[in-house]
Ligand binder design. Sequence first.
Ligand code: ADP
Ligand code: 5GP
Length: 226
Amino acid sequence: MSIVYIVSAPSGSGKSTLVNELFKVVSHLDFSISYTTRPPRGSEQNGKEYFFVTKEEFEAMIASDEFLEYANVFGKDCYGTARRFLKQAEASGNDLLLDIDVQGAAQVKEKMPKAVSIFILPPSRQQLEWRLRNRGEDSDEEIDRRLDTARREIENYSKYDYILVNDRLEQATDELKAIVLAERVQRSGQPPSVEEAKLFATAQECRLDRARERVRPILDSFNQGR
Ligand code: ADP
Ligand code: 5GP
């Protein structure tokens, strides 16, 4: 049985960066390439970051029940996870990582309670705004919309199993890797090696119940000046 990892984060938190780093250091993990009705940005290629489809094509996929989950994100574009990625991962004995928003995460958790959910937070609202502006991919209007969506998405953090604060990239990458590997070890039923026990301890520090203290000032930074 494949382990399904759900990763959600407000746009600009560094989720794509972290997930790319994770794939460099963890094997037997597939990435679910989502379908979206939004146009490609920058250097994005069809079939790499996303499958870019029309609204009509997306609706046809909904009608033929091809999605494990789908949602309208930012009140604008639709994004969905095709069931076939899960089937393919299971057939090849790999785990599967879904990079999806909070609405999609809730749908997958409902259908697959054993899925591992991870919420990535930026260190503060100020840092998030800086990262979005520095990335240079979105208009001012789009950035304002993403910051507003971020504030609402962050309120859902407590529905996730693990919380990861992407402050220093290297540390956040190590934590994400530890979560993925610790879940594998735990489910294997084998006693952990010394190295695996260390990963397990790192992962435990990111569990929701341990993370609440770290999350509070981040939430405050999003609620100030509202
Ligand atoms: P997301 O996928 O969450 O929308 P990206 O991975 O595109 O975010 O990251 C947003 C911007 O922040 C990018 O320019 C990226 O290089 C930068 N970034 C990512 N992680 C960090 C970090 N830990 N510290 C500083 N900048 C970061
Ligand atoms: P972006 O347009 O910046 O690539 O992604 C916007 C948001 O859509 C991100 O929060 C991303 O996680 C989410 N997203 C991407 N693919 C899917 C998907 O298949 N389903 C859902 N529900 N959200 C997705």
